[in-house]
Design a protein around this ligand. Sequence first.
Ligand code: ZN
Length: 201
Amino acid sequence: MKKIPRALNEVIESFERLPGIGPKSAARLGFYLLAVPDNFTEKLADSIANLKKKIKICETCFGVGEEKECEICRDDTRNRKLICVVERADEVLAVEAVGGFNGLYHVLGGAINPLDHVGPDDLKINELLNRVEGDGIEEIILATNPTIEGEGTALYIKKKLEGIDYKGKVSRIGSGLPMGAELGFADSVTLSRAFEGRREL
Ligand SMILES: [Zn+2]
């Protein structure tokens, strides 16, 4: 096979590092970008360059925003006694897109996964405990994914909450999400059912 020109190969190799993109898709995307107008590729490059410069991780919930505290945490109309715990920041967007949930969030940054060497200390679990301890929160909804890791993480947090000064409810999103599913990919009907069908742990 003929060697791919270096500038193109660099783009393809970068794409290959993205989740869910294999070598074939990466090559297809690389060649695709060659064919689009210059202003598209320039805008794409700019937006990627701006991503790390402009987007901040929220000090309170660890979701994304443009300030030290994200828009949701700063919003006075939200119910501050309700916290929805998710694995990843994009899942906040998935829940927000469904609507209906008016509380705050807490992004863990993943799930406990011994095979991948992700322990409780690698996640924002202590930050969650500190956040809710003695703070009059009425309910914590554990909306980690319905995977083995997500279930394990929910149970771990539930146990940890029993050890601190927390008197509110702890609930787990309901069935409706198939086992192994990821919150970020669920459709809005399934996701809103999962919230309505949450049960106390
Ligand atoms: Zn926030």
